[in-house]
Design a binder for this molecule. Structure first.
Ligand SMILES: [Zn+2]
Length: 73
Protein backbone atom coordinates (compact mmCIF):
# COMPACT_ATOMS: atom_id res chain seq x y z
CA UNK A 1 0.00 0.00 0.00
CA UNK A 2 1.21 3.49 -0.88
CA UNK A 3 1.34 5.92 2.04
CA UNK A 4 1.75 9.66 1.77
CA UNK A 5 5.11 10.77 3.14
CA UNK A 6 6.29 14.05 4.55
CA UNK A 7 8.09 16.01 1.79
CA UNK A 8 10.46 17.46 4.38
CA UNK A 9 11.72 14.38 6.28
CA UNK A 10 10.04 11.43 4.49
CA UNK A 11 8.20 10.17 7.59
CA UNK A 12 4.59 8.98 7.34
CA UNK A 13 1.81 11.58 7.50
CA UNK A 14 -1.10 11.14 9.89
CA UNK A 15 -4.59 12.52 9.29
CA UNK A 16 -5.60 14.85 12.07
CA UNK A 17 -8.86 16.69 12.74
CA UNK A 18 -8.78 19.20 15.54
CA UNK A 19 -10.88 22.15 16.59
CA UNK A 20 -9.21 25.50 15.97
CA UNK A 21 -12.30 27.67 15.59
CA UNK A 22 -10.47 29.61 12.87
CA UNK A 23 -13.35 29.63 10.35
CA UNK A 24 -12.02 32.98 9.06
CA UNK A 25 -9.12 31.05 7.49
CA UNK A 26 -11.56 29.30 5.10
CA UNK A 27 -13.16 30.39 1.84
CA UNK A 28 -16.51 30.23 3.67
CA UNK A 29 -15.30 33.03 5.93
CA UNK A 30 -15.74 34.29 9.48
CA UNK A 31 -18.93 33.17 11.18
CA UNK A 32 -19.40 30.21 8.82
CA UNK A 33 -18.77 27.74 11.62
CA UNK A 34 -16.10 25.75 9.79
CA UNK A 35 -13.99 25.46 12.91
CA UNK A 36 -12.62 21.92 12.60
CA UNK A 37 -9.28 21.84 10.84
CA UNK A 38 -8.38 18.79 8.71
CA UNK A 39 -4.65 18.37 8.27
CA UNK A 40 -1.89 15.90 7.48
CA UNK A 41 0.68 15.92 10.27
CA UNK A 42 4.18 14.49 10.12
CA UNK A 43 4.60 11.80 12.79
CA UNK A 44 8.26 12.75 13.30
CA UNK A 45 8.20 15.03 16.36
CA UNK A 46 11.52 16.63 15.36
CA UNK A 47 10.02 17.70 12.01
CA UNK A 48 6.38 18.30 13.04
CA UNK A 49 5.37 19.64 9.61
CA UNK A 50 1.64 20.23 9.32
CA UNK A 51 -0.26 20.46 6.03
CA UNK A 52 -3.77 21.84 6.36
CA UNK A 53 -6.22 20.55 3.72
CA UNK A 54 -9.38 22.37 4.76
CA UNK A 55 -12.02 22.64 7.45
CA UNK A 56 -15.31 20.91 8.32
CA UNK A 57 -18.15 22.27 10.45
CA UNK A 58 -18.53 19.24 12.67
CA UNK A 59 -16.06 16.45 13.36
CA UNK A 60 -18.84 14.00 12.39
CA UNK A 61 -19.04 15.56 8.91
CA UNK A 62 -15.83 13.77 8.02
CA UNK A 63 -15.35 10.05 7.76
CA UNK A 64 -12.16 8.30 6.76
CA UNK A 65 -11.77 5.50 4.25
CA UNK A 66 -11.56 1.85 5.30
CA UNK A 67 -8.10 0.98 6.64
CA UNK A 68 -7.16 -1.01 3.53
CA UNK A 69 -7.90 2.00 1.30
CA UNK A 70 -6.23 4.70 3.38
CA UNK A 71 -3.14 6.50 2.07
CA UNK A 72 -2.37 8.21 5.37
CA UNK A 73 -1.99 6.83 8.87
ZN1 LIG B 1 8.36 15.50 8.43
Amino acid sequence: MQMLKCPVCNSILKLNISYSGCDWDTKAGKGSGYGWEVSLDCINSKCASLFTIGHVRNINDFVGLKDELKSVQ
